[in-house]
Write a protein that binds this ligand. Structure first.
Ligand SMILES: Nc1nc2c(ncn2[C@@H]2O[C@H](COP(=O)(O)OP(=O)(O)OP(=O)(O)O)[C@@H](O)[C@H]2O)c(=O)[nH]1
Ligand SMILES: [Mg+2]
Length: 309
């Protein structure tokens, strides 16, 4: 219990230990102990393609968020994809300086190969930072895939970052990332094409703006020169205010709990299925038969389903 007390006081080593325990799933009761202390932090997601300047934005935003004695917890989710990792690493902004601030805590999360479960674990780690008393929990995710979309589900405000080059905008739209954006940021505003991208995005957002009382702002920033950061932070704060005043913060957080519970049910059922219900030997036999076109995959499913239901 001593760990929990030190954790609740906000001691960094205790926070780190609690996160590790939660990540490893070694102490199932721990989440129960901390959960009553959650619900006070405001969750901000920063997502977008590799190298868009998400970390640079976080770096620039944090000093503003720390004003008025606030505390900021940061989770950097890195799927360590062979495509986006490696080569970019040397160029990557590290948030080490921030970590020295006593009101800032940074945690990196990597998948080390398996994508499954990363989003789920990130959500639990966000709860840990929430319970530890951070006013803002920032979650940076690389890419525009399912993990990002899943993580966006727990964020109160999701900021999607695009950059003028390399058709990011089209990629983003394909991946459905615009649907989760509350605020769109066109970073690297110092590069040519930024204004054009903003115009394109205004067009893409038109329908959403039309159908909502939130105006889906599109902002231009140059993170490395600290340009546009004040406006970004104040826009996040107005989104928070909008959610609070309209009552949407409560309804959306309840929705998020529904989604989370469903997700956990699915996880549980999946594990249970693979560990206890499906006889792997028998499955292999049936796969052989399916390979020989003697039975269909649907038949296999029906056989398995018979046992469950
Ligand atoms: N010209 C210009 N470069 C920028 C700007 N913001 C970030 N960069 C540079 O872009 C590169 C990537 O920045 P990061 O902040 O690491 O981007 P990221 O999105 O966090 O990258 P990953 O986490 O690797 O996906 C770095 O070399 C930054 O210095 C900007 O506004 N203008
Ligand atoms: Mg980064």
């Amino acid at each position: 219990m001593e760990l929990l007390q030190r954790f609740l006081k906000g001691e960094k080593p205790a926070i780190a230990r609690v996160i590790t325990k939660i990540e490893n799933g070694t102490d199932p009761k721990l989440l129960e102990d901390i959960f009553p202390h959650t619900g006070n932090a405001y969750y901000i997601g920063i997502t977008g393609p590799p190298g868009a300047g998400k970390s640079s934005l976080v770096n620039a935003m944090v000093p503003k968020l720390l004003e008025n004695n606030k505390k900021v917890g940061i989770i950097a989710v890195d799927p360590t994809s062979p495509f986006s990792g490696g080569a970019l690493l040397g160029d990557r902004i590290r948030m080490n300086d921030l970590a020295l601030n006593e009101n800032v805590f940074i945690r990196s999360m990597a998948t080390r190969g398996s994508l499954g479960g990363l989003a789920s674990k990130t959500k639990d780690v966000a709860l840990v930072l929430d319970a530890a008393g951070f006013d803002y929990v920032l979650i940076e995710t690389v890419g525009v895939g399912q993990v990002e979309l899943d993580i966006a589900q727990v964020c109160d405000t999701t900021v999607v970052t695009l950059v003028p080059e390399s058709g990011d905008a089209i990629q983003a739209m394909k991946a459905g990332i615009l649907e989760v954006a509350d605020i769109l940021v066109v970073n690297k505003g110092d590069r040519t094409g930024a204004d054009r991208l903003i115009m394109e995005m205004k067009f893409a957002f038109e329908l959403r703006v039309h159908n909502s009382d939130w105006h889906y702002p599109i902002l231009k920033t140059t993170a490395i020169e600290n340009i546009g950061i004040d406006e970004l932070v104040s826009t996040i704060k107005s989104h928070k205010e909008y959610l609070e005043k309209s009552g949407k913060l409560e309804t959306e957080r309840k929705n998020k709990l529904v989604i989370r519970v469903n997700e956990l049910i699915e996880e549980k059922i999946k594990t249970h299925l693979h560990e206890y219900v499906i006889d792997q030997k028998q499955l292999k036999k049936m796969i052989d038969k399916a390979y020989e076109r003697k039975i269909t995959p649907h038949y296999i499913i029906d056989e398995i389903a018979k046992k469950i239901f």
